[in-house]
Design a protein around this ligand. Structure first.
Ligand code: 1GP
Length: 311
């Protein structure tokens, strides 16, 4: 009886290659197979059959446990140790590399856990790279907070790989992410999956640019279901964003409602100006507090007081 070659191949794969790890490892270059009922032996060459181990074949197997990168581990350890992590947002459009470096040294000294770099409008890649390098030279981890593909810099450590969950434009849900993903891989950036959720009655710059349908301040249950959707999509952080320079921060009640429904780290920012605002948000369950404007515009003592109040 003649059995088509393809059947031998399938049988061999089922018998000898039990897991994707076996398949990808290429420990065996070829294997000789003999079927007991008198077929001629079939030699399977793994080189012939294996998936190319080029750019997209590298990395952990789809079956291995998630291993967190350096920056996310640092964030989580800070949250575990201190109850909260503070991040300083650097807007590349508003700072020169010189000022960014000086500011990075200062905020590191007073206890910010890492720098976020991004803004709602585009900057050139040269300017972005220069700001990122300047901040890194002060010894701070840099997490990109991109508004689009142009917000990626090869010099950063990590990127909040985020989807604007309440955008009505598919580009900000998954289109920009698909275009940016190969760059994240090529640059070796650590992706930190994050649900980005815009809050507020009137459109902030982030909301306007991202075509968001902002969640009203007084509808915490809506923020919670978006965050839960983010959690179920595998995101490990949910950012409740009131927008840079917002007149009103996200309410502690909203943070609390999200935390009650979800097992996800809540980041919040936008409009935080005082230690008591920040403390109330942390007491409500926020794991990460982001401030930007205060570091750019106010004396450092203001930021120092905020960081002291939440630790
Ligand atoms: C914006 O939440 C951040 O994404 C920071 O806002 O500039 O108001 O601190 P502020």
């Amino acid at each position: 009886m003649q059995v088509p070659f393809v059947e031998h191949c399938e049988w061999a794969l089922r018998t000898l290659v039990r897991t994707p790890e076996d398949f990808m490892s290429s420990k065996v270059d070829s294997c000789g197979l003999k079927k007991a009922d008198g077929f001629n032996s079939v030699t399977l060459s793994f080189k012939q059959l294996s998936v190319s181990q080029g750019e997209f074949g590298k990395g952990p197997s789809p079956l291995s446990d998630i291993s967190l990168g350096t920056v996310e581990s640092h964030l989580r350890n800070t949250i575990r140790r201190e109850g909260v992590a503070h991040l300083t947002l650097f807007d590349p459009e508003k700072l020169t590399p010189f000022v960014a470096r000086k500011l990075a040294f200062e905020v590191k000294k007073i206890g910010t856990a890492a720098a976020m770099v991004g803004g709602s409008t585009a900057t050139s890649v040269y300017e972005l790279d220069a700001i990122v390098k300047a901040i890194k030279s002060a010894g701070l981890h840099v997490i990109l907070f991109p508004n689009d593909v142009a917000g990626l810099s090869r010099y950063a450590d990590a990127v909040f790989f985020m989807s604007l969950l309440n955008s009505i434009n598919p580009y900000y849900l998954s289109g920009a992410q698909a275009l940016g993903a190969p760059l994240v891989k090529r640059y070796g950036l650590e992706p930190i999956p994050m649900a980005y959720i815009i809050i507020g009655e009137s459109s902030s710059a982030a909301g306007f640019v991202g075509n968001a349908n902002p969640i009203p301040y007084d509808k915490p249950e809506l923020a919670a279901i978006y965050a839960l959707a983010g959690e179920y999509l595998g995101m490990r952080f949910a950012y409740l964003e009131a927008g840079s320079g917002a007149r009103k921060t996200v309410s502690p009640e909203m943070v609390q409602t999200v935390r009650r429904l979800c097992h996800i780290n809540v980041i919040t920012g936008g409009g935080i100006k005082t230690p008591s605002q920040a403390k109330e948000l942390v007491d409500a369950g926020a794991s990460v507090i982001v401030t930007g404007t205060i570091a750019e515009k106010a004396p450092l003592a203001r930021l120092r007081a905020i960081i002291r109040a939440i630790r």
